[in-house]
Design a binder for this molecule. Structure first.
Ligand code: HEC
Length: 248
């Protein structure tokens, strides 16, 4: 094992001495990138149904489709990660790609250094270095992403996949109300005269439409003064109400 590590070490040293991993010139202009439109963060908070934007099949998304290609093909040890950055190139994020590779937004593949190294015929100059070229489908995807503006975009692959069948009062509705509503809606003087601490009371506001209306108001929604329930939670609540607000 140790021998192997040592051998790998020497091979890496030799390779880096003999041939540069990437022949394109590093460019480090710094500053912020005007095409950075990180306005669609991918949801990682456990409510995958309704956060962000749904994936449009006609769009190519950097975070979902392009970055994974770069990370899996280019950022291994000795290549383009934050430690090794061969030729100054770092491909671990949108920001690093844009600031260390020249002309990534350029639609001319001779000027665009990312496309240039991917399309290079000479295996010594082509990226990924010392490996087979990227599959044509991946190259096409990167090209399409650039043609669409090379934006730092992302989409929610689970959008609409919120599970709304057989929503349970015991497992979903009661815990939700306990966590988000009962502080105000219980006790001797519940806010708004609404006590949500028993099933019967919850069912009554569910059945008369007030429950759904209260959480979907465009202003002054419930929980009052709090963050609006996310769309998936609202959809589940609605499914439960539509099913007759059962005590299941
Ligand atoms: C910080 C206190 C507070 C929290 C938390 C809160 N509410 Fe309320 N709620 C009120 C007050 C005050 C009213 C009466 C004024 C109003 O309707 O805005 C009210 C009114 C209501 C009404 C009656 C609305 C109507 O049309 O008469 C419903 C239903 C309701 N809340 C449901 C909820 C639900 C469901 C939650 C949790 C998701 C919740 N509330 C969380 C304070 C709160």
């Amino acid at each position: 094992m140790q021998q192997y590590a040592l051998l790998t070490f020497f091979v890496v040293i030799l390779l880096s001495l003999s041939t540069p991993a990437c022949k394109h010139d590093p460019v480090l202009p710094g500053g912020s990138d005007p095409t950075d439109t990180t306005d669609n963060p991918i949801d990682t908070t456990g409510n995958p149904g309704g956060v962000g934007v749904p994936c449009d099949p006609d769009s190519v998304y950097f975070q979902n489709q392009i970055l994974p290609i770069l990370v899996s093909n280019c950022t291994e040890s000795g290549c383009h990660n934050t430690t090794d950055h061969q030729d100054g190139v770092i491909l671990t994020s949108y920001q690093s790609l844009m600031s260390t590779v020249e002309n990534v937004t350029d639609n001319n593949w001779d000027e665009n250094k990312l496309m240039k190294v991917l399309l290079e015929d000479d295996p010594d100059d082509r990226m990924p270095y010392n490996k087979a070229p990227l599959p044509q489908t991946q190259i096409n995807l990167i090209a399409a992403w650039i043609q669409q503006g090379a934006k730092n975009n992302g989409c929610n692959e689970n959008y609409g996949a919120c599970e709304t069948t057989n929503v349970q009062y015991s497992a979903f509705v009661r815990p939700l109300i306990q966590a988000r509503c009962q502080g105000c809606h219980s006790g001797n003087a519940p806010q708004g005269g609404i006590n949500l601490s028993t099933y019967a009371n919850v069912k009554s506001v569910a059945s008369n439409g007030k429950l759904y209306a209260a959480v979907t108001r465009t202003a002054d929604w419930m929980p009052k003064g709090g963050t609006k329930l996310d769309q998936c939670t609202i959809d589940k609540l609605k499914a439960w109400i539509d099913a007759g607000a059962p005590e299941n």
